[in-house]
Design a protein around this ligand. Structure first.
Ligand code: AHR
Length: 658
C-alpha cells in the first residue's frame, strides 16, 4: 500500500516537474528599425585595474621575484639567506632603492653561501619554457671571475633548472641569462649559490618568463593580458581604486615614482596588505614595476582608451577622519601639477619635460590621452573644493581633456545626492558611480538610467559587481546573470552612460582580499568567470547606435515577466544586435518584430550566443569551462525574429541586413 502511494506521489511530482520544464510563455517585442538612436561610445565597455588581490605584483606583472631589490621595510622579506650574506645600503646603483646584498664565503667549505626567493605564493615554472634571469652585480673582492649558480627549485626541493653566471666586473653591471625549466611547477622558488671565494654584491634580482605579452622584457603575464585584450575593451581605468588615495598621502599611488628606469622605482606600501585584518597580507607591496608607462602601453595594445586616475589631495576617507589628514585646499599645487604633468607625459612631444621621459622609455609617439580621473571614492565638501582647482587648471591648459569626477562610494544616499549636483556645477565630463550590491539590486535597478538628467555630465559606472552573498560572494552564474540584466539598462541608456567597468578585475587564488573578481588565477593557470563572459559579450557586440526595443505597449523591457532586453545597431556590420535576459525558470517564447524595414532589405539571423546554467554554478581553475557562452539559434520570417529564451539565460541574437 505504502509502495503504491509512493509511486503515485512520484508520478505526480514528475508530472509537475515536467510541466515546469516545458512551460512556456509568449511575448511580443517591437524593434523600430527606422529610429537609429544615440551613438554607443567606443569607450562603453572597459576594464578597471587595481593592484588588489595580487593583481599587479604576483599577477599581471610577470616578475617572479618578490622584493627583488631588498627594499621592502623588512629588507629580506621573501628571501631565505644562507652562509654569509649581509644587507648594505651604501653606494647602491639605485638611489631610490638603496639596499643591496653582499655575499661572501662562510669560512667553511661545506657551509654554502646564497639566497633563495619564495616568489608570490611560489613561482610558476612551465616545462620547456624559458626564463630571463637578470641581476645587477659587481665583484667586491677576489681574483678573476666570480660566479653564482642560479637554480629553479620545485616544491619537492628538486632542481628543475640550473645555470651558471660569471660576474666579471668590479663596477655595477646588469647581467642577464635565459634559462629553461625542465618541469612544470606552480609552487617553485629561485635559489642562488655563490660558488667562488671572493665576495660579490647583488641587487635587483629578477626573473621573468621570456614569453610575456608582446614579448616585452619588463613584461606582463601573457595569459592574463590576452584575457584582457580578448574582451575588446574600450576604456582602461588604472591604477585604482583605493590605492590612488593611499592609507595616508605618503602611501598614495604616485605616478611619477612609477616611471623611468624600473630598478629605480621605489617600493610603495600596498594598502590592501592591511585593509582587512581577516585577509591580512603583510608581504603585499607595490614594486611599481607595472607603472604608468606600462599601463599606457597596455591600453594601447588592447585597443582601449587610457583613463588614469590621480590623487586629488585626499587620503582614503574611510581611513582618515578630519581635514588634517589631507592636503589643505590652498596647498594643492603639487598635486595639480602632477595631474598636468601626467597629461604631458602621455601627450607631450619630446621637447617637453615629461614627453621626453616617455620618449626615452621607448614611446616617442604620444599615447593620445583623452580622459583623466580626479580622485576615487571621495565625499563631503572636501572633494568639490579640491576638484574645482584641478578642473580650472586642466581646462586652462588642456581644454580637450575630459575630466571624470566622483559621486562617492555608494550608488545612492546622502553623499551621492550631494555630489551629483556638485559635479554638474563643476561641469566635469563624466561622473564615476560605484555599486557593489546584491543580485536583486541589479535586477531591480536595470532601469536606473532611464530617467537620468540628459543635460549634465555623462555616467561612468566605474566600479560595479553583483555580490551573491547567499553563495559566499562567489562569481556565481546568478551574479553574472544579474549583471547581464542590469547591463541592458546601461546599453539602452548609452546616450548618457559612456563607460562602464566591472570591479575588481583580478584575484590570485592564494592571495585575494576581495571577492568576487572577474578573473582568477594561480601561478600557472587562469580562470574566466561567467561575469567575464558577460562583459565580453557586451563589449564584443556593442554596436554603434542604440535602438529602441520595447513591449507592444512601448515600454522598455526591464523586468516584466522576468525579462530584460536591449538592442543596438552596428553600422559597420549592418546588423541589429539584441540582448535578452530571462531570469525565470520557464522558457520564454519571444517574437521580436522589426518594424520599418525597407521592402528591398532582407533580414537573416547571424551569430547567436547564450549563457545558461544553474544559478549557483561557478567556474574554477580545475573546471574553467563549466560556464561558457554557447551557440543558440533563432529564426526570422516576415521581419520577425522568433526565439526561445531558456530559463535563467543571457542571450544574444544578431540580425543581418542585406
Ligand atoms: O574594487 C575594490 C575597491 O572598491 C576599490 O579600490 C574602491 O574604489 C572601492 O571601494
Amino acid at each position: 500500500m505504502k509502495k503504491n502511494v509512493f509511486r503515485a506521489l512520484s508520478l505526480f511530482l514528475c508530472l509537475v516537474a515536467c510541466q515546469v520544464v516545458t512551460a512556456q510563455e509568449n511575448y511580443e517585442f517591437i524593434l523600430n528599425t527606422k529610429k537609429i538612436g544615440a551613438p554607443v561610445q567606443s569607450t562603453m565597455y572597459g576594464l578597471f585595474f587595481e593592484d588588489i588581490n595580487f593583481a599587479a605584483d604576483g599577477g599581471l606583472y610577470a616578475e617572479l621575484v618578490k622584493n627583488r631589490s631588498f627594499d621592502f621595510p623588512q629588507s629580506l622579506m621573501g628571501w631565505n639567506i644562507f652562509g654569509k650574506v649581509t644587507v648594505r645600503n651604501d653606494k647602491s646603483p639605485f638611489e631610490r632603492n638603496p639596499n643591496y646584498l653582499v655575499l661572501s664565503p662562510s669560512g667553511h667549505a661545506h657551509k654554502h653561501t646564497g639566497i633563495e626567493n619564495e616568489g608570490y605564493r611560489g613561482m610558476g615554472f612551465k616545462e620547456g619554457a624559458s626564463y630571463r634571469f637578470s641581476v645587477w652585480a659587481k665583484k667586491l673582492r677576489g681574483d678573476g671571475e666570480q660566479k653564482i649558480r642560479v637554480e629553479f627549485i620545485d616544491s619537492h626541493n628538486d632542481v628543475i633548472g640550473k645555470q651558471e653566471l660569471v660576474i666579471n666586473s668590479s663596477d655595477w653591471k646588469k647581467y642577464t641569462m635565459v634559462m629553461p625549466a625542465k618541469a612544470t611547477e606552480a609552487k617553485g622558488s629561485l635559489r642562488i649559490f655563490f660558488t667562488t671565494q671572493g665576495s660579490i654584491a647583488l641587487d635587483h634580482v629578477s626573473l621573468f618568463p621570456t614569453d610575456t605579452y608582446k614579448g616585452r622584457e619588463n613584461g606582463l603575464r601573457k595569459d592574463l593580458a590576452e584575457a584582457l585584450a580578448d574582451i575588446n575593451p574600450g576604456i582602461f581605468r588604472f591604477p585604482g581604486g583605493c590605492i590612488v588615495e593611499g592609507t595616508d598621502l605618503e602611501t598614495r599611488y604616485d605616478w611619477k615614482k612609477s616611471v623611468g628606469k624600473v630598478e629605480n622605482r621605489p617600493v610603495n606600501e600596498n594598502r590592501w596588505h592591511y585593509t582587512f585584518t581577516n585577509r591580512f597580507f603583510p608581504d603585499y607591496f607595490q614594486s611599481y614595476g607595472l607603472g604608468f608607462y606600462e599601463y599606457f602601453l597596455l591600453s594601447e595594445d588592447i585597443g582601449a582608451e587610457p583613463l588614469p586616475v590621480v590623487n586629488c589631495g585626499l587620503a582614503c576617507q574611510y581611513q582618515n577622519d578630519g581635514e588634517h589628514c589631507h592636503v589643505p585646499v590652498g596647498e594643492l599645487d603639487l598635486y595639480i601639477q602632477d595631474a598636468l604633468d601626467l597629461i604631458e607625459f602621455a601627450n607631450g612631444d619630446k621637447s617637453t619635460t615629461w614627453g621626453k621621459v616617455r620618449s626615452e622609455m621607448g614611446h616617442p609617439e604620444p599615447f593620445n590621452l583623452k580622459f583623466i580621473g580626479i580622485g576615487n571614492e571621495q565625499w563631503g565638501n572636501e572633494y568639490p573644493e579640491r576638484l574645482e582647482r584641478f578642473v580650472k587648471a586642466i581646462r586652462a591648459k588642456y581644454p580637450e581633456i575630459k575630466i571624470v569626477g566622483s559621486s562617492g562610494p555608494a550608488a545612492e544616499g546622502k553623499e551621492f545626492d550631494y555630489l551629483w549636483p556638485e559635479m554638474k556645477r563643476l561641469k566635469v565630463d563624466l561622473v564615476d558611480e560605484h555599486y557593489y550590491k546584491e543580485p536583486d539590486w541589479f535586477f531591480n535597478n536595470a532601469a536606473r538610467y532611464d530617467n537620468y538628467d540628459r543635460k549634465g555630465p555623462a555616467v561612468f559606472a566605474g566600479e560595479y559587481a553583483s555580490h551573491d552573498h547567499a553563495n559566499k560572494k562567489q562569481n556565481s552564474f546568478l551574479s553574472a546573470l544579474s549583471e547581464a540584466a542590469f547591463m541592458t539598462g546601461l546599453e539602452r541608456n548609452a546616450d548618457i552612460v559612456h563607460m562602464c567597468t566591472y570591479a575588481p578585475l583580478f584575484a590570485h587564488v592564494d592571495a585575494w582580499q576581495w571577492k568576487p573578481d572577474m578573473i582568477w588565477f594561480d601561478n600557472l593557470r587562469m580562470m574566466k568567470t561567467p561575469n567575464y563572459y558577460v562583459q565580453q559579450i557586451y563589449a564584443q557586440h556593442k554596436g554603434t547606435n542604440v535602438m529602441t526595443l520595447t513591449t507592444k505597449e512601448k515600454k522598455a523591457i526591464s523586468g516584466q515577466g522576468g525579462l530584460y532586453a536591449s538592442a543596438v545597431y552596428d553600422k559597420d556590420q549592418k546588423s541589429y544586435i539584441i540582448k535578452v535576459v530571462n531570469t525565470t525558470n520557464v522558457v520564454k517564447d519571444i517574437a521580436i518584430n522589426l518594424t520599418g524595414v525597407k521592402k528591398s532589405t532582407t533580414l537573416s539571423v547571424g551569430e547567436c550566443i547564450m549563457m545558461h546554467h544553474d544559478l549557483k554554478a561557478v567556474n574554477t581553475l580545475d573546471e574553467p569551462q563549466n560556464i561558457i557562452p554557447q551557440k543558440t539559434s533563432g529564426t526570422i520570417e516576415n521581419n520577425t525574429l522568433s526565439i526561445k529564451a531558456q530559463p535563467q539565460s543571457f542571450n544574444l541574437y544578431t540580425i543581418k541586413q542585406q
